[in-house]
Ligand binder design. Structure first.
Ligand SMILES: [Zn+2]
Length: 575
């Protein structure tokens, strides 16, 4: 028996360590884990995918499943940790926790902890580079010939800010805390003023006057490269040359479209501490009503379990009031595949620091609005963030300005927020408490899927060589077999199929060799009261009957299969 590897949730894994850990986990739990690769990243790294289910109760492909991924955006490494936490929770509680045991016996999880291993590796390296997504140059493959490039210029492993004195600078030092830079107002005529720049170096020798800040040449955003409402570069920056053009996205899309048992999807990102749902570019009015109600139901449970409010991207989470985003994973999953999909933004530094603007503590709804806050907020909020860095982040969120002799600019100061650990990701010691509740919500979601179960099987003899076979099955899950009304509209979930296979010499007298039997309802779309003449017809059940002419002792095979509800396979000896 191989030893069970210890997964650490107080550190962020580099690619090699992550690979070793996943291989060890698969070896330690051969009954629960299957490790495979979705494909290769742009730089040729395997994009690992972990299937978790109890193999003893059937193959993953024959059970309803959840898709869970993380770290499609380079710096959002706590998303990988959330995926690892889910895998760890499932395998460590199987056999002792009844809910986890039921879930792994009857459902499967497809978990891809690091969709973008190249970008994550750049973010986690000793001299980090904080790209948006993958490392493939886009839209042009050329290095800048002038201007500033972001770089860890003093080699301390952090990318902070540089402040340079400038009489016409837009920033001044706060009188309340000398570390804090606050903006200059029209009446601020006298004093010390600064220009604040990202830590970096000039491409060519600085002329001492003009300064341009370059964007990284790796300008892709893999979470704009999905097929749903994909748009070209002029309308949606970073979307790539065509939908699924990027190897990481293509690998995901190929896997998901060939695994039609997927009923739900959760993609982990950072930051904000919110549960985001579609649409990104359409009003809630465009949802089939039942799907919106169900989204809210699943979201309410998520808020209860995680403390994160659930929001519509279109209505509550726009990066700019006049713009929408498209080509996003969760939209593609809901709109084309017809599955309930969520983008979980892990970690809210603002809420942690006590800035709750936009977030209603009573109803736990609404969320802090970055756009509004970035544009304007009281200095008190900055002071709250600083105090929080000093205390909760042990001073490792915000760094005091310290003199540095810059190779291009001479004497400057380095300091400010560490965006990678503190703002975009929790510091390592707060990681586990932040991600643990997310695993609980994902596991709960597995219980909402449909599930095909056998209720009755009966063989009766109608004569010497004539047998009647009756099979009754039901959807014992919560959602209907088609999962969403959108899937129904899009024909994304085929009807339940019943099939019988007969050996040579046997003949089907009545019943069909293969028959589509429609969809089975679940418990989801019921009223919340029995006041209204409640009626519960058995629309969750199906009865299949075959009459077979065959010699006694003949074996026939019957299969009931639904892409999202599971597969039932039975052999019957006619006698
Ligand atoms: Zn993200």
């Amino acid at each position: 028996m191989p030893t069970i590897p210890k997964i650490r949730f107080d550190k962020y894994y580099r690619y090699e360590e992550l690979t070793t850990l996943l291989k060890e986990l698969a070896q330690a739990h051969p009954d629960l884990i299957e490790l495979s690769s979705l494909g290769k990243s742009f730089e040729g790294r395997d994009i690992w995918q972990v299937t978790v289910t109890a193999k003893s109760t059937g193959a993953a492909s024959e059970k309803p499943a959840l898709w869970v991924d993380g770290n499609i955006h380079a710096t959002e490494v706590s998303a990988s940790a959330a995926c690892l936490h889910l895998i760890h929770t499932l395998v460590s509680r199987y056999g002792t926790d009844p809910k986890v045991t039921t879930v792994l016996d009857s459902r499967a999880f497809y978990v891809a902890p690091r969709i973008n291993p190249d970008g994550a590796e750049a973010a986690l390296s000793e001299r980090p580079k904080y790209l948006r997504s993958s490392v493939r140059p886009h839209p042009y493959d050329e290095d800048p010939v002038e201007g500033l490039i972001r770089e860890d210029v003093d080699g301390d492993g952090k990318m902070l800010s540089m402040r340079i004195p400038d009489p016409n600078g837009p920033w001044k030092v706060s009188p309340e805390d000398p570390r804090l830079m606050i903006r200059r107002h029209p009446e601020d005529l006298e004093g010390e003023f600064y220009r604040v720049l990202p830590e970096g170096r000039m491409v060519e020798e600085w002329d001492g006057i003009t300064l341009k800040v370059n964007a990284y040449k790796e300008g892709l955003d893999l979470n704009r490269n999905f097929p749903a409402s994909w748009r070209t570069e002029d309308e949606q920056k970073g979307a790539g040359p065509y939908p699924t053009s990027e190897p990481e996205v293509r690998a995901m899309v190929s896997f998901i479209t060939s695994h039609t048992n997927i009923c739900h999807a959760v993609t982990f990102h950072t930051y904000s501490g919110v549960l985001l749902r579609p649409f990104s570019a359409q009003s809630d009015d465009n949802f089939p009503a039942e799907d919106l109600w169900t989204y809210r139901y699943i979201g309410d449970r998520g808020t209860e379990m995680t403390g994160y409010p659930h929001l519509s991207v279109y209505h509550d989470f726009r990066y700019h009031p006049k713009q929408v985003i498209t080509g996003v994973f969760d939209d593609w999953m809901y709109d084309h595949q017809g599955v309930f999909s969520w983008t979980v933004e892990i970690w809210s530094p603002h809420r942690r620091a006590g800035i709750t603007k936009g977030f209603d503590k009573e109803t736990r709804s609404g969320a802090f609005n970055f756009i509004d806050w970035w544009r304007d907020h009281p200095v008190e909020d900055d002071l709250k963030l600083l105090r929080w860095s000093d205390e909760a982040l042990r001073g490792e969120g915000y760094y005091e300005w310290r003199p540095f002799h810059h190779p291009d600019f001479g004497n400057v100061e380095l300091g400010g927020w560490d965006l990678m650990f503190g703002i975009r990701n929790p510091p390592s010691w707060l990681l586990e408490e932040e991600i643990a509740p997310l695993s609980e919500w994902v596991i709960w979601q597995a219980l909402t899927t449909p599930r095909l179960e056998l209720l009755q099987e009966e063989i009766s003899s109608l004569g010497e060589r004539c047998f009647k076979l009756r099979i009754v099955a039901a959807n014992t899950g919560w959602l209907p077999t088609y999962v969403t009304k959108r899937a129904h509209q899009r024909k994304a979930a085929r009807d339940l199929v019943a099939e019988i296979e007969l050996p040579e010499g046997a003949r089907l007298v009545s019943g069909k060799r293969r028959e589509e039997l429609g969809q089975l309802e679940g418990k989801a779309y019921k009223d919340s009261t029995c006041i209204n003449y409640q009626a519960d017809p058995t629309d969750d059940r199906v009865k299949v009957e075959f009459v077979v002419e065959a010699s006694p002792g003949t074996t026939v095979e019957v299969r009931l299969r639904h892409p999202r509800a599971g597969v039932l396979k039975r052999s019957y000896v006619l006698k």
